[in-house]
Design a protein around this ligand. Structure first.
Ligand SMILES: [Mg+2]
Length: 440
């Protein structure tokens, strides 16, 4: 993930640019489709009309262009939004049970409505004044993306009088459902038109609903994140009773126990009276180490030693020695996952005859990954603009911590081992964003 991806908040694409930034590649594709129609194979009557010019791709959204954006006709901004997932909701899925067969090479992509009544329902919603919006995850290869874009144009041509917007997340970032990025873009576009969405009068329909046999629960979690009423395609199109039984998979901060920041709580964080020492942190990236370091130690004159800043462990060890030589205490603010890594610092403490204490950050891997996603992708815009750019720490860093982790013990040479629990700090808006379902 590139570091600029985290800046991919609402972009500043203006209304004017929408009409001008028609994606060049799709223009090329439409030419190809037209050429292909002269082949005898395509002279067979087609179930659906061919691509029209009513559907246009606009400049992709986000700092890395990872959110495709297209419009059919000229969609108005109605405060009532009827949002739909695409595959398995509006159209039959192209994978799994009952999937639509792939078209032979060189022929237009095949697709089918999920049920026959889908186009009529969309027509009706349009007549009733709803804005129709398609919200789709499409993490597919760029070669398949060309065919997919052709398919979208064909779907649009099948509902030639229904204006709609389509957003498609093509990477694992803030746009991918359940992340709320595509909704944020819609909200931004509406805001530019001076329209606020009436969430209670709007809804989202999706098939990834966490029911028995569903491959995921992403759609339901997305609806929860953006606070829209949710329906499955069966509930919405077929008027089946609402499913009460479903399972949301993934990490939910609501399940976290309420713990004090430090345990045991009866000993002081910094020795009283103050004495020279090394404090060594242990824990996943993203479980609050640097915040605790700043607030409780740097503020008391401790030197912070951090490998992300210094680059290598030998440099960290040298920085600890320099601090101790100057008579300072220091904190080793690294992950320090195993005995072998920690021994470097225990040995320095021994040589300098100063105590070394260990602070174990208890946050789980799931929490650490969640916090990582929150910091990189889902902070409220007001917070994100204030904080330094946070790049997503790769998943591998979390896996390798988990696999190589050795619980610290006093026998390693520590004078004390304290536990530091995760306690979220932030305003109401930040807590709301942090509390969302963020798995991608
Ligand atoms: Mg789906």
């Amino acid at each position: 993930m590139s570091s600029s991806a985290i800046q991919a908040g609402p972009s500043t694409t203006s209304k004017k640019r929408f009409s001008e930034d028609v994606d060049a590649s799709i223009a090329g594709n439409s030419k190809r489709t037209k050429l292909a129609t002269v082949h005898p194979f395509f002279n067979k009557p087609n179930k659906y009309p061919k691509q029209t010019d009513a559907f246009q791709w606009h400049k992709a959204l986000g700092a890395c262009g990872t959110c495709l954006y297209g419009t059919n006709l000229v969609p108005a901004c109605s405060s009532k939004v009827a949002a739909f997932d695409l595959d398995g909701t509006l159209i039959k899925s192209s994978f799994g049970k009952g999937a639509v067969k792939k078209a032979p090479k060189g022929s237009p992509p095949t697709w089918e409505w999920w049920r026959e009544k889908v186009p009529d329902t969309l027509e009706k919603l349009n007549t009733e004044g709803y804005s129709i919006v398609i919200i789709s995850n499409q993490a597919i290869k760029s070669t398949s993306l060309i065919t997919w874009k052709e398919k979208i144009a064909l779907i649009a041509a099948a509902i030639p009088s229904v204006p709609f917007r389509l957003f498609a997340a093509i990477a694992k970032d803030e746009y991918r459902k359940p992340m709320p990025g595509m909704w944020n873009e819609l909200t931004r576009i509406y805001k530019e038109e001076g329209v606020e969405i009436d969430k209670a009068a709007s809804f989202f329909v999706g098939d990834a609903a966490g029911r028995d046999g569903d491959f995921a629960s992403t759609d339901r979690m997305w609806a929860l994140n953006v606070e829209l009423p949710f329906f499955t395609p069966e509930e919405y199109f077929l008027k089946q009773p609402m499913q009460k039984k479903f399972k949301l998979d993934g990490f939910n901060v609501v399940d976290l126990p309420d713990l004090p920041l430090f345990s045991p709580t009866h000993t002081s964080v910094v020795p009283d009276p103050i004495q020279q020492e090394i404090v060594l942190f242990v824990g996943y990236p993203g479980v609050g180490k640097s915040t605790v370091c700043q607030r409780y130690f740097v503020s008391e004159g401790y030197e912070r030693v951090n490998q992300d800043t210094l680059g290598t462990r030998p440099k960290c060890v040298a920085a600890v020695e320099t601090a101790l030589e100057k008579g300072l205490s220091c904190v080793v603010d690294n992950t320090n996952r195993d005995v072998q890594t920690r021994k470097f610092y225990v040995d320095v403490a021994r040589r300098f005859k100063v105590p070394i204490r260990c602070f174990v950050f208890t946050g789980s891997m799931e929490l650490a990954w969640h916090n990582n996603l929150y910091r990189a992708f889902n902070q409220p815009p007001s917070t994100a603009s204030k904080t330094e750019n946070r790049t997503l720490v790769p998943y591998l860093a979390f896996i390798s911590f988990r696999d190589k982790y050795e619980e610290p013990t006093l026998t390693e040479g520590f004078s004390e081992i304290k536990k530091v629990n995760w306690v979220f700090e932030g305003n109401e808006e930040e807590r709301k964003h942090w509390s969302m379902w963020l798995q991608i």
